[in-house]
Ligand binder design. Sequence first.
Ligand code: ATP
Ligand code: FE
Length: 336
Amino acid sequence: RYVLGIDTSCDDTGVGVVELLPSGGVQVRANRIWSQQVHARYGGVMPELASREHVERIDEIMGAALKEAGLSVEDIDAVAATSGPGLVGALLVGLMYGKGVAQALDVPFFAAHHLEGHIFAAASEEELRAPYLALVVSGGHTHLFDVPEEGKYVLVGATRDDAAGEAFDKIARLAGLGYPGGPAISEAARRGNPDAVPFKEPLQGQKGFEFSFSGLKTAALLAHKAGAKPEDLAASFERAAVRFLVKTTVRAAEASGRGTVVVSGGVAANRALRAAFAATDLHAVFPGAGLNTDNGAMIALAGAAALHTGRSSSTLDAGAEAYAPLARLLAESPAL
Ligand code: ATP
Ligand code: FE
């Protein structure tokens, strides 16, 4: 069975197709993304422009995804589209488009939670079996969930200020390394000295599992003003951020007894982060290539999981939500 997934939560138009095998296994058959360029000159995403670009591109990206999968639209057995959180105008485009396709084909429709999509991106690599911890490290979130059973999410800790990806982006901009900052920092870090700039561990001694990146950001600004080389700043910041993320997650694993952690979101593409998790006793699962940052295939993977476990599909009046905590949405709604 084939599941179509659509994500238009921010400035990427993503459409993916996943094949759900009778065994419950999944295979990503297509993953097409249109990354909007119009925002570059504003230094940030302009919501209204994002919505319009999604409208202009979605048909083309859908066609490209079906072509990549070698399917025609009639082959699709279920549709999932992100309903939140994200930019409401942008979300509406993919959500309405997905509902339209589902209704035209008379197949189930799933309103997907964006963060559940990020988590299920890792299902491309191995079957996710609860219980596990899920660390979502993206441009807008640094959220650590405990997943005691399928479809249940308990928030263990979150960032008090900036998201991890946001910190990479801001420090890259400060150091003149370009955008998006994550890959730029990672690349520059290879040529830098991680001992050059001393960063203090954030929230040292905390009993909980919260995150914070504002202290690292301020320290980076001071080091930059004091003349630190961009490569050294990148290497030192990357190591500090990675150590902090891994240490906090390992403590949460010890406290909860979980042995597996799913790490996802754009920052999960980071090589140093992957290496650091590999060096722990935890079994760390990461999304496959091209599935870390926003994409449609991760939404299709979440949809495939819902279809497989027999979760009831959403009604066609499911609305777009700018603010939608994962834990609340799942506790109160029959949607994904
Ligand atoms: P959210 O899902 O929270 O709304 P988002 O979807 O915009 O946010 P993603 O697309 O998952 O975020 O991730 C984008 C972020 O990932 C950017 O901040 C980017 O700098 C970061 N990122 C991408 N690649 C890397 C990398 N190799 N190392 C570190 N950070 C990275
Ligand atoms: Fe995202």
